[in-house]
Design a protein around this ligand. Structure first.
Ligand code: SAM
Length: 236
């Protein structure tokens, strides 16, 4: 006799999902999407950097974009926040993976300083639209995340997220502030994804370990170092 699943039973085991080794078709999907977005910005060297990591790591190459692909397709997070959206490749990876589902009811909040003369909200919109993703569903917050996130929290005290990417300033003092600021912004089973913890990234592993130590069993954790390095915390 089948019984209705409880909310707990319906929850995807995200740690188990992320522990699976990368599959060839996943890596191909991630790179195909970057190639497609390079049509918008042929001069952007992002894809070349990724190719360097892929060549170095071979089949075991695993990146934040694998995490986004899996979380997008299997978890389909509704409320999404990114610190450090750059040109939008990371949000494109996540939303493209979600796009078998209806995405119009998502809340998507993207934070960046947008101050290098290349990236802008307009560029993020262009990349989303190049993938036929409706850019109107995205909200932009321009400024330093160390200041913008506390302001945002004060204005939206009830709002919780299912997915938060921390990939903004890679200065270690700023990165720990970002992690601390978003630590109480998750729904149950929501995830914080922290990029660049490996030596081939920006070696932020000591920041990650310090934050993990502070937060203990509030989260379950996953790490991978077969690329730029990614840490994931899942709200318990
Ligand atoms: C590594 S890039 C993010 C890459 C992006 N997540 C992706 O994978 O497509 C880092 C981004 O953080 C932004 N950034 C740097 N310092 C920041 C700060 N203090 N507050 C907000 N964003 C910042 C930069 O402008 C840049 O776009």
């Amino acid at each position: 006799m089948s019984q209705a699943q409880t909310e707990d039973e319906k929850m995807v085991d995200i740690i188990k999902l992320l522990q699976q080794p990368p599959e060839k078709h996943e890596t191909e999907a991630i790179f195909n999407l970057m190639k497609k977005l390079k049509e918008v910005n042929p001069g952007d060297t992002w894809l070349d950097n990724y190719n360097w990591h892929l060549q170095k790591q071979g089949d075991k190459f695993y990146d934040t974009y694998h995490v986004m692909l899996r979380i997008g397709s299997k978890v389909d997070p509704k409320n999404i926040l990114e610190i450090g959206c750059r040109s939008g490749i990371s949000i494109c990876q996540l939303l493209h993976a979600c796009s078998n589902n209806y995405i119009g009811d998502k809340r998507i909040c993207l934070f960046d300083v947008f101050n290098d003369g290349f990236i802008s909200p307009e560029l993020v919109r262009m990349n989303l639209e190049h993938l036929n993703i409706d850019a109107n569903i995205v909200e932009f917050y321009t400024g330093k995340s160390e200041e913008e996130i506390p302001k945002f929290k004060a204005e939206n005290p009830q709002l919780k997220f299912d997915y938060i990417l921390v990939d903004g300033s890679h200065d270690k003092r700023d990165a720990i502030v970002d992690l601390n600021n978003v630590a109480n912004m998750l729904n149950p089973n929501g995830v914080i994804v922290f990029d660049d913890i490996a030596p081939d990234g920006c070696n932020l592993v000591d920041v990650w370990n310090e934050w993990k130590e502070q937060n203990g069993t509030t989260f379950k954790y996953f790490e991978n170092f077969d690329g730029k390095g990614v840490g994931v915390a899942v709200q318990q």
